[in-house]
Design a protein. Structure first.
Length: 265
């Protein structure tokens, strides 16, 4: 959904509460024309929202370590976030959400897509809902960030001291949104490895049925970025994917990740 007539740099009190509630329910909100949303305003807004999770994988801006740079240089082929995922599902306490600001855009392309995990769960056949009731799944990012992994070509995968990082967490396959109580599908094709108690091979057919349902065309929305665009999303409620269709051009976004809370069924 697009929210108009709000200046994020000044939003607080009841305006901020209304934005929060809209994002909890709809999953993602887009704000255009936020030309005064400087890095300082970005950080101040995130602090008014709640805690900031410093991302261990992303290069951070030197002056503003709260901000992770989601960058693709003109000479890079792989982008960050080019497959469907939800940020930080490999953490014991996954991030609540993210605030993404467009800083450098390619002449065309580079859109971002989101899918709603509440609608995805609701649309599952009852038999499939019963099949996944009570299941848990294991998530990690090690296969992506490790030496030679998907992000080997990007600036990511090592912590700020240059050490490699390992991750891993178990979460229910279906969680309840901590604020709205809505049931949400909480597995994703980037970070979910297996259903707990089953091998990856045995888990994949079931996971794939869930992934197919999650990305049904009527369950996704797409944002074409403009200078001054800001998107805020709820990581529990949504998956997202950054299109990689602008080879030869640079794209740079600034992301602040908001602290979440433990997830439960
Ligand atoms: C991300 O996965 O957080 C980045 C999304 C984007 O660059 O559009």
């Amino acid at each position: 959904m697009e929210i108009k007539d709000v200046k994020l740099a000044e939003a607080q009190g009841p305006v901020l509460d209304a934005i929060r509630q809209a994002i909890y329910e709809h999953g993602v909100a887009l704000f255009r024309g936020q030309d005064d949303f400087t890095p300082e305003a970005h950080i101040a807004f995130a602090r008014r929202w709640g805690g900031i999770d410093i991302n261990n994988y992303f290069p951070l801006t030197a002056d503003h370590p709260e901000i992770a740079v989601v960058r693709k240089r003109a000479d890079q082929v792989t982008n960050i976030g080019g497959g469907w995922h939800t940020d930080h599902s490999y953490d014991q306490v996954p991030a609540m959400g993210s605030i993404l600001v467009a800083r450098t855009l390619p002449p065309s392309g580079g859109d971002t897509l989101w899918a709603h995990m509440g609608a995805a769960y609701d649309a599952l056949p009852d038999t499939l809902k019963q099949e996944i009731e009570g299941l848990e799944a294991y998530h990690t990012a090690d296969h992506i960030y490790e030496e030679g992994g998907l992000y080997a070509q990007t600036d990511m995968g090592r912590d700020l001291r240059g050490q490699s990082i390992t991750t891993g967490a178990t979460h229910p396959v279906v969680i309840r949104h901590p604020q709205t109580g809505r049931k949400l599908l909480y597995v994703n094709s980037a970070f979910t490895i297996n259903i707990v108690g089953r091998s990856r091979e045995d888990s994949l057919p079931l996971l794939q049925r869930l992934y197919d349902a999650a990305t049904a065309a009527d369950n996704t929305c797409r944002v074409a970025w403009e200078p001054g665009s800001v998107a805020i999303w709820d990581n529990r409620t949504t998956w997202h994917l950054a299109m990689n269709d602008y080879q030869g051009h640079a794209r740079e976004m600034h992301r602040i990740t908001l602290t979440g809370e433990p997830l439960a069924a």
